[in-house]
Structures are given as C-alpha cells and as structure tokens.
Design a protein around this ligand. Structure first.
Ligand code: DLL
Length: 402
C-alpha cells in the first residue's frame, strides 16, 4: 500500500474527471493535501448516484477511445451504472482475480466451471479472465440451462465451480445427491450467511469460499476468503484502500467497528474511484500471519436492505440464519413486508416439511412476530444469478435484495 499510489490516483481523478474536481473544489481539498493516509478522510465520497448523474462516460478519466471493455450493473431503478476498463485495467483485474483463485486453493491446470452470468455483469468475464491468467481451463457455462450445466459438470469433471450461492443451491438440488468431482466453489455477488455457506458445502460436497467485489470498484476480486481463516476476506490493499464509515454520518470508524465499506482504488486508469460508498455493511480487522493486508468480515447486509418492521431493525441475513438452524426447513425462502390496517406484517415463506418453530424463534431472538408459511419443496422460484428474496411492498415500494 503506497501513499504515492494514492496521491497519483486522486490526482488522476481530480485532473481528468470534471465532476470529481468540482466536488473536491467545493470541499476545499486538492490532491496536494494528501500528506498521510488520514488526510483521505477529508476528501468527498463518490456515490452510486454520481455514476447515474454522469452517465454514460462522465466517470471516465480517459478518452473513450482508450477503453478496452465496458460493463454495467443493472441496479433496481433508472439507468445502469456504466464502468469502463482500459487494457491495463483488464490486466490488473485478471491478476487480482487470479490471486483470489490461487488464495482459494485453485491451481494452474484445474478445470473451472464458470456459472456466473456472462455479459454486462462483471461476474462471468471477471472470473473467466482470472482463471485463464492463472492457467486454468474455463467452461464458460454462464447462468441458466441448469440440466445442461449438470451434464457438463458430470461429464467434464471440473474441480472448481464459480457461481452465486443461490445458484449453487439450484445446482445441488438438480444433482439430487449425485456426487461430483467438485472440490471448491467460489461464491459471491449476493449476501449469504455462514449457515448458507455450510448448506452449500454440505449439499455440493465442496469447500465454498466467499468472493466479494462490485462493478464500480472493479467487479469480483476486491476481497476473498482464505481456506484457513473462514469468515474473513482478505482485501487486496495494494489495489484498494478500504475504510469503514458510519452509514449515517459518514465519519470514519476504527478497525473492528461495524459500518459501511468505502473503497478508494489505487491504480485504476479508466474509472478511478475515490472513497466509493458501497452501501455494504461489514467490519475491518488488522492483517494476520504472512498476508500483509487487512481483512473484512463477510457482508452483513446492505444499508438499504435493512428492514424496519414495527420499529425493529432486521437484516434478511438474520432471518436466513434462523431458517437454516431448523433442519425441517430448506434454504429456499422469500420475505415479504406489507402494510395492513396501518400495521407492518412480515411474512416468511419457506420450503420445508411439517411444523416449525421459526415464528417463535423470530419472536424470542429478535422480538419480532412474523407470519411463517411453510410450502412444499420446489414451490418457490429458483434464481440463476443474484437471488431476489426480499419484497417490501409498503408504500408501493418493491425491494429486491442484492
Ligand atoms: O456482484 C461482482 C461480483 C461478481 C462479486 C461475482 C462476486 C462474485 P455488482 O453486480 O456491481 O458486482 O454488485 C455488487 O453485490 O455491493 C454487494 O452488495 C453484493 N456482493 C458482491 N459480492 C458479495 C459477497 C458483483 N461476497 C454488490 N457477499 C455489492 C455479499 C456481495 N454481497
């Protein structure tokens, strides 16, 4: 992690994107003010809204002709968020993804079945580039056509599977107990609890590791879980400087405190991001062992995912944890919040068999009563990419998680 790199990156954004220069000028800071890492906290945040407002090329710090690739994240409303990469950015991304894969135990020569969506989404091509860089052969399956994917997995015998945790469950279900050659699954792109991770591991007979990233900052490959430190993801601090800030005030918080992740890129050409507010909630911890980089805990949820139901704050992940504590229930569920007679009603629909104590445990653990509807296996729709499990119907608002 070098302060020089930070200075160069901030200067690049300041000199080559009008919007960031205007923001810095308004805040009374310039790249010359960066004398220590702490000074970064005086710089203005970059928000998802900035990408929308300056759509399509306003966040680009290089001429359009210098771009080698464009990705986009769909978002729930309005215009997509466009991100560009120069050839050097793509090389760097591939290197970081190769590092993630190697950290997870993937080796050159491995066969990797990549079921992340190919296209504007960064998942498919992000994993693809990293795996090729590491020297793996990639089966670019993309999302969907589950039966064909199962056939490929059974016939080609890959060692590694890459897909969202929810699609890993869909594949496990379609395998119906058949054993495979898979040993490692690299899952991410949506929130998943530690319990969900164990489900994926048991159902697929693999070690399932967590990969984190986001389009605005890079794509997948910002952080990865190590097999020897479960629950913690090493952040590649030579490429991204992470901060945790209070989601309400934006003030920086020390390592170990709960808050919102903020990233500053250190060497991006096309779209340098300075203090990008991710909306993702986690905690940072100091480095341990031989790896000199800080670690983040698995994502707890997004600040905009938190449900406030009759005054009680609850994250979907907490409900998922309770569901998976109960052997009679499966990991396929959806959460609906409605407003009836001026009262919030939380309904959890979950696949399973027989009576369950989920309602009682919701009440005793979180002080929240919920209507629990247990439905037959296969009743709820399956997801091929990022799962939508949360539907908040209040005020006509429909919120999809992830
Ligand atoms: O989801 C990049 C990615 C692809 C990451 C494949 C990992 C694997 P976006 O579509 O821009 O990029 O969505 C980014 O997804 O802000 C988080 O809210 C969520 N997310 C990504 N990885 C994780 C994870 C990709 N491991 C948004 N755990 C982020 C929890 C995750 N949430």
């Amino acid at each position: 992690m070098s302060l020089d790199a930070l200075r160069r990156q901030v200067a690049h954004a300041y000199e080559n994107t009008a919007h960031y220069r205007a923001k810095c000028d308004a805040a009374g800071v310039s790249p010359d003010d960066l004398k220590t890492w702490k000074d970064l906290s005086r710089f203005p945040f970059t928000l998802k809204g900035d990408f929308r407002e300056h759509y399509p090329w306003g966040m680009c710090a290089v001429p359009r002709e210098k771009l080698a690739r464009v990705h986009a994240s769909s978002g729930t409303t309005g215009k997509p968020t466009i991100v560009g990469y120069t050839a050097a950015d793509l090389d760097h991304w591939n290197m970081l993804m190769a590092r993630c894969l190697r950290t997870a135990g993937v080796r050159p020569g491995d066969l990797l079945h990549n079921a992340y969506g190919y296209g504007l989404f960064t998942g498919g091509l992000g994993f693809h580039g990293g795996a090729e860089k590491l020297g793996c052969a990639v089966v670019p399956a993309s999302g969907g056509q589950t039966e064909r994917q199962i056939q490929l997995i059974l016939d080609l015998r890959p060692r590694v599977l890459c897909c969202t945790p929810s699609y890993a469950l869909v594949l496990a279900e379609a395998l119906a107990g058949r054993s495979t050659s898979l040993e490692i699954a690299l899952c991410g792109a949506e929130p998943w609890s530690a319990q969900m991770q164990q489900e994926v591991e048991q159902r697929l007979g693999v070690m399932a590791l967590d990969v984190y990233g986001l389009s605005e900052v890079l794509g997948p490959g910002v952080a990865v879980e190590r097999p020897d430190a479960r629950g913690y993801l090493t952040v590649w601090e030579d490429a991204f400087f992470p901060e945790i800030v209070d989601p309400d005030t934006g003030l920086p918080l020390p390592d170990g405190e709960d808050g919102e992740l903020v990233f500053t890129s250190l060497s991006k050409e096309a779209v340098p991001v300075i203090r990008y507010r991710t909306g993702d909630l986690s905690r940072l911890h100091p480095p341990t062992g031989a790896v000199p980089y800080r670690r983040m805990e698995r994502i707890k949820g997004r600040s905009d995912d938190m449900l406030i139901v009759r005054g009680v704050n609850i994250f979907p992940r907490q409900i998922e944890e309770l569901i998976l504590e109960e052997p009679a229930l499966s990991p396929h569920y959806r959460i609906d919040v409605t407003r009836e007679d001026k009262r919030d009603v939380l309904t959890v629909t979950v696949e399973g068999s027989g009576a369950c104590g989920l309602g009682d445990r919701m009440k005793s653990r979180y002080g929240l009563s919920a209507v629990v509807v247990v439905v037959e296996a296969g009743h709820l729709p399956r997801s091929e990419g990022k799962a939508r499990r949360v539907f908040d119907h209040r005020n006509g608002h429909r919120k999809g998680q992830a």
